[in-house]
Design a protein around this ligand. Structure first.
Ligand SMILES: Cc1ncc(COP(=O)(O)O)c(C=O)c1O
Length: 448
């Protein structure tokens, strides 16, 4: 297929990425129509956990279509029941009610709607505000865009977005309070109580945060005490705690769920991406049993339902993916390969433009800066992150862009989230391409 034919049939010309036709995806590799091979070092958008093209998943999808291709989401399918059981084994035992959606944005939308409706059913209709955090991302719908903080994605819609309160990010590399751990007293966690009090606790329905921030702050891992303080604050003021496990769930950080690193259980955990390893649109939320029981006691329906909620084919795909993860012990492998990747990334720290590397398991980011001491970013016009990503892509390795931007639109980091089946040799290959690209280009980025 010619370049122009591909371009003409895409919706809109991408300003940075040339039209590429992927003709085959297998394991950790993508193949295009020019016969080139690309190492998928980001697992798509941090989603393809088991690798591409597993035949067992294809067979499971086919069998499901032959058996029950579609049913209204108020009915159960065998695939759905099996998937609920599998998810419950991976979630904390308290989060034992599973609701299915079609994507991460919708799962977060469903979670905040559930939290709000819960407050109404509980006799607290004045509670409607959702507090979220700066430097976070929760999706593309109006509600979830409003709750996130990815400026480029929000800018053109600003007058249409909600103006709900946000607390400071937990971003130790550039602490919003100019403090340093551990002497900071985890001020960013204490910010939640200050915000609840300023808004009036009787107006706040829920708090939403990513356990480990994915692309909005690039693998920012909070200190161990952070979520304990958040949990206590939510308990104290009757605020529902929602964690967005869209990226971190299902093994990405080397444990079943991202929150497993912090020993704290939220009230709702949303999930997407890794639950089906992106083989099928599948997402959802796991909710504390008591919250759902309140709806049941009052015979209230949860007012959220899509045609494709709990679609049998997606549930069948999810089951097969989770079976593979369990059988091949891939969560342990994510931890093990993550440690290896971390070691390699630390070696990049010797380069002048590498300001920070951070992450957990197989979710990592590298942040590039103009000045390592002051952490000053490169000027926006240099577009350093996209330049690096494009160069690496030409050399056969794909990294994913991070969204972090300061008030002047500056900020450069790239994300790494390869499939869990990645090998040490493939990690070495990706790191060699990245190092070579940085060494070749840095002079150009520093030139005035
Ligand atoms: C943390 C987080 N939450 C939510 C979403 C939205 O998920 P989706 O793109 O499936 O709507 C994303 C997508 O990248 C994400 O990274």
């Amino acid at each position: 297929m010619e370049f122009q034919e591909i371009a003409d049939n895409m919706f809109i010309k991408h300003p940075h990425v040339p039209p590429v036709l992927i003709t085959k995806a297998e394991g950790v590799y993508l193949h295009d129509n020019y016969g080139r091979t690309l190492l998928d070092f980001s697992g798509g958008p941090m989603a393809v956990n088991i690798g591409h093209g597993r035949k067992e998943v294809a067979r499971a999808a086919q069998q499901q279509i032959e058996q029950v291709s579609y049913i209204l989401p108020v009915f159960a399918s065998e695939a759905r029941i099996e998937l609920v059981k599998r998810i419950k084994k991976l979630m904390p035992k308290e989060l034992n009610r599973i609701y299915f959606c079609c994507g991460g944005s919708e799962a977060n939308e469903a979670a905040i709607k559930f939290a709000r409706q819960y407050q109404v059913v509980a006799g607290k209709p004045s509670r409607y505000k959702i507090i979220s955090r700066k430097l976070s991302y929760h999706g593309m719908t109006f509600a979830t865009l409003s709750l996130g903080d990815v400026k480029a994605r929000m800018r053109d819609f600003a007058p249409m977005l909600w103006n709900f309160p946000k607390i400071e990010a937990c971003y130790c590399y550039r602490c919003p309070f100019d403090k340093e751990y551990p002497r900071c007293d985890i001020d960013c966690a204490l910010d939640l109580e200050r915000r609840i009090l300023a808004e009036g606790p009787e107006t706040v329905a829920a708090f939403l945060a990513e356990p480990i921030v994915a692309s909005a702050a690039g693998g920012a891992v909070p200190p161990p005490e952070y979520f304990r303080i958040i949990r206590e604050t939510c308990n104290k003021y009757g605020v529902i705690m929602i964690v967005d496990e869209v990226v971190t769930g299902f093994g990405r950080t080397g444990k079943p769920m991202g929150m497993d690193h912090f020993g704290v259980v939220a009230d709702i955990a949303t999930f997407a991406k890794g639950v089906s390893s992106a083989y099928s649109p599948l997402a959802g939320m796991a909710v504390r049993g008591e919250l759902v029981e309140l709806f049941e006691r009052n015979e209230v329906e949860f007012q959220h339902l899509y045609t494709f909620s709990a679609a049998p084919i997606s549930c069948a795909v999810g089951n097969e993916v989770q079976k593979i993860i369990e059988k091949e012990n891939l969560i342990a492998r994510a931890e093990q390969m993550g440690n290896y990747l971390h070691e390699s990334l630390l070696q990049l720290m010797s380069l002048p433009m590498v300001g920070d590397v951070r992450g957990k398991g197989l979710l990592w980011a590298v942040e590039f800066v103009k000045d390592k001491k002051t952490k000053e970013p490169f000027p926006k016009e240099k577009n350093v992150k996209m330049d690096i990503i494009m160069q690496c892509m030409m050399k056969g390795v794909f990294f994913y862009p991070g969204y972090y931007e300061d008030d002047e639109g500056r900020g450069d980091h790239i994300m790494m989230a390869p499939p869990f089946i990645i090998t040490e040799k493939q990690i070495d290959e990706a790191m060699a391409v990245l190092r070579e690209t940085l060494e070749e280009s840095q002079e150009r980025y520093y030139a005035e």
